[in-house]
Design a protein around this ligand. Sequence first.
Ligand SMILES: Cc1ncc(C[n+]2csc(CCOP(=O)(O)OP(=O)(O)O)c2C)c(N)n1
Ligand SMILES: [Mg+2]
Length: 320
Amino acid sequence: MIELSEEILLRMYYKMNQARFFEEKVEDLLKRGIIDETVYLSKGEEATGVVSGLALEKGDLVSMTHRGHAQAIGFGLDVNLMMAELLGKSTGYCKGKGGSLHIADVLNGNIGANGIVGGGFTLSCGAALTQKHKKTGQVVLCFAGDGATNEGSFHEAMNLASVWKLPIVFLIENNLYGMSTPIAKHMNIENISDRGAGYNIPGLTIDGTDFLEIYDVMTKSLRYARAGRGPVLVEAKTYRFCGHSSDDPQVYRSTEEVQQWQEKDPLFRLKKYLQENRVFTGKQLETIEGEAKSSIEQAAEFALESLEPDITTVLEDVYA
Ligand SMILES: Cc1ncc(C[n+]2csc(CCOP(=O)(O)OP(=O)(O)O)c2C)c(N)n1
Ligand SMILES: [Mg+2]
């Protein structure tokens, strides 16, 4: 089994906690009416976003989904600026005009979250083509959901990426549902990774709650793409603990099913590993959790104290 350094495990545990606390804070702010937009939470899916972000090299690019908070934290975005964006404040990543669905930091390689399901596939091809022509040696990590792989853009992007041997790793977060539709009703295959074969792209299915497997497979896939060998399609089976969006009564799934997946909570799996292998003491784990929590408290304070965008800037940075 792959061995991870203490340093990487520390960052992983800190960031996974940050992602969980970030969304718990968002839920709280939503309930209090302080956040006033539809938000898509990834509680339960943190491992794919955080762990694959840690497998990237400096300068690599990422395109995120509508369920992108853990993906953003894994990539290294600043939680203060993320929270400010969700509150529509001028200090946010898009000066408060984008919200959760459009968090982006293009100058630093984060092509952005996307309100259009499947919108990131072809953008990622463009970004990867640039890396190939400029010979930067950087790779694009393109996140998407299971439902998104039924979009035409997925198939166009897979074809182009394969024909042009683009440096992309497609990471599909298969949380078994597209909104309320279970996967068996929206595709007639068991593993999305099988779709790679149609484009001569290697396809792999992994356990999206297992940090070791994600880190191992993502490191190898990124290395493969970086070496100029072409794209890789990775499918991670995972589960969202909360509803599809902030207003989903979840009548389409049973509480037993949710409970079964909660037993595989990626955050607890990581904690158990750290305890059983005595990587950190109980006290050290508590300190890491405490620091992650206070970073989110500070982010909320930063966002709450920040100014609303000035009305005179309403048309700035808007192009459509
Ligand atoms: C092109 C497009 N079609 C439909 C929607 C509405 N929509 C938002 S999220 C979603 C489900 C996407 O499912 P999946 O790709 O599995 O991602 P998940 O929400 O499960 O993370 C849909 C249909 C949209 N935003 N964009
Ligand atoms: Mg889904």
